[in-house]
Design a protein around this ligand. Structure first.
Ligand SMILES: [Zn+2]
Length: 277
């Protein structure tokens, strides 16, 4: 599942490739991918002839501004992909929506498992959409003080991994980056948030920022399922820098002991028993 770094990489790609382009035609191949709009006709009419003026991001929602008034929002869900189509490229499997541009080229939305979606929202609708507005701290966009972060942690009594994955606490962290953050902070997944010392709070906050920034720098994580690719179909390189995630039995990069994998609340959790307390 794409997490914050992967969505930010796509945002940057989309901003470069689609800002300033005018949407000539829209084809919807599966109505389930545009379920927030009334029907296919309404979705198509709201897009055709509009210009994409900029591309921003709220948590894991991509937000393409249309003529500076409406919003084309996109969520990739579990398995969604956005690809730039070249004139020669064949339609990929599970193609759900194609936006073709007046200037040539097209943007494809592919989604095998249909947990993702595209929607056109007016400014008012955008502001009233809880899924988008009700998100926590965006660790790539909003810098807060570690003291403020400490207050956020102390106000909760939740195990750290669950808290890091809570979208209302921090937007965009999932299974991969919560494990990487906790390793970098030297903290175990089941530590309770209000038990952290001031030094541990600082380490955790620094780890959140550093891991996400590094992951964006290496263009996100593509695991062996190949699920995530950038706008040009290329995998991210950050998987090779993972310290624990998807490295069961391999040597910890700090102490050389084998990385442990455990199933916790139905999720795979990776950690080092020696380096995390
Ligand atoms: Zn270790």
């Amino acid at each position: 599942m794409p997490e914050l770094p992967e969505v930010e990489v796509l945002r940057r790609d989309l901003d470069k490739e689609t800002s300033g382009k005018k949407i000539k035609s829209v084809e919807v191949f599966d109505e389930r991918s545009i379920k927030r709009n009334a029907n296919v006709k309404a979705f198509v009419n709201a897009l055709e002839g509009k210009k994409i003026t900029s591309v921003s991001r709220t948590g894991k929602w991509l937000d393409l501004a249309l003529d500076k008034t409406d919003h084309l929002v996109i969520h990739l869900g579990m398995s969604g992909q956005l690809l730039k189509a070249t004139p020669k490229s064949e339609d990929p499997d599970h193609l759900k929506v194609r936006l073709s541009f007046t200037q040539g080229g097209a943007l494809l939305f592919i989604d095998p498992r249909i947990f993702g979606e595209m929607a056109v929202l007016s400014g008012e609708e955008f502001a009233a959409t809880e899924d988008i507005q009700d998100l926590g701290l965006d660790a790539l966009d909003q810098q807060i003080s570690w003291a403020e972060f400490g207050r956020m942690l102390m106000s909760r009594r939740t195990k750290l991994k669950s808290l890091l994955m809570d979208q209302k606490f921090i937007a965009g962290l999932g299974n991969i980056y919560s494990d990487e953050v906790l390793f970098n902070a030297g903290l175990m997944h089941d530590r309770v948030s209000n038990s952290l010392s001031a030094q541990e709070v600082r380490r955790l906050y620094r780890a959140v920022i550093e891991v996400l920034q590094e992951a964006v720098k290496y263009r996100g994580s593509t695991l062996s399922d190949g699920g995530y690719v950038d706008l040009f179909g290329k995998p991210g390189d950050y998987r090779q820098y993972h310290k624990v995630y998807d490295r069961e039995g391999e040597a910890c990069r700090r102490c050389r002991r084998p990385v442990v994998k455990a199933k916790i609340s139905g999720r795979s959790t990776y950690y080092c028993e020696a380096c995390q307390v």
